[in-house]
Design a protein around this ligand. Sequence first.
Ligand code: MLT
Ligand code: MN
Ligand code: ZN
Length: 309
Amino acid sequence: MRIRILGSSAGGGFPQWNCNCANCRAVRAGAPGFSARTQSALAVSADGENWLLLNASPDLRQQIAATPQLAPPIGAGARASPIKAVALTNGDVDHVAGLLTLREAQPFSVYASRRVLDALAANRIFDILAPNLVARIELPLGAPLRIEGAGVDLGVAVEAFPAPGKVALYLEDAGAADFGTQAGDTLGLRIVETATGDAFFYIPGCARIDQALAERLKGAALVFFDGTLWHENEMIEQGLMGKTGSRMGHVNIGGPDGSIASFANLEVARKIFVHINNSNPVLDASSKQRAAANAAGWEIGWDGMEVAL
Ligand code: MLT
Ligand code: MN
Ligand code: ZN
């Protein structure tokens, strides 16, 4: 199985269009140790020809242009794409807006939870993906589903499971408990190559690492995990936004309940942070936080990074 990080940043990207934080200023200036990043998505393929996207970011057009494997194959006909399916982990703007880039009457399949399919159905702009060409298929929770699109079996199955998290920002209900969050609002995905059984996890949004999640991840070969913030208060301290990491539905990397500490005994062979917010000090290759993450066995995902499994 081949996996490519299309975008390693959280919503907003790096640099973010309106952000003057130290990291965004540094990457704009081309400072050493800083690399620009697009918004959150992966691509995966069992055969190297047909691809499943994991999330569709607002930067998808740019990501496809930067990825030769996702270009229309030479000789494949006037209109063609290796992208046969998209699986969504939630309904956040940074994970669904790229579906609009995939208009132009191309057949493929969209896989998501019932909650996210309902959010798409309620937004008529997504009807630009004509139902007779673009199938919308519910991902069951806790059972693997073989992925197909445009008449092609992709040779991978996706097992979706509820991840601790929060309903999409634009769907928050201020008057409801937990902002109206329900099961299926945030998914983790286990992607399995059907021919070999090789599997990895993709969890770009996760509010906490509870016992159930820890047990699920124990001994995994590869995990791409939510690296949004280093510290609960970093956006507040940098004067960017008055929200903590927990309020946004993201576990922090550092601290006693953070992902580095929580993964310490999980024996995950390869751990890669994705969905990294522009405020996060790990984006500075010379920071002590980058050194600490690397020392704990974590890699910091980057756009174009390829992993074979
Ligand atoms: C998040 O990851 O918290 C969301 O992408 C926030 C947003 O939709 O802007
Ligand atoms: Mn996000
Ligand atoms: Zn910034």
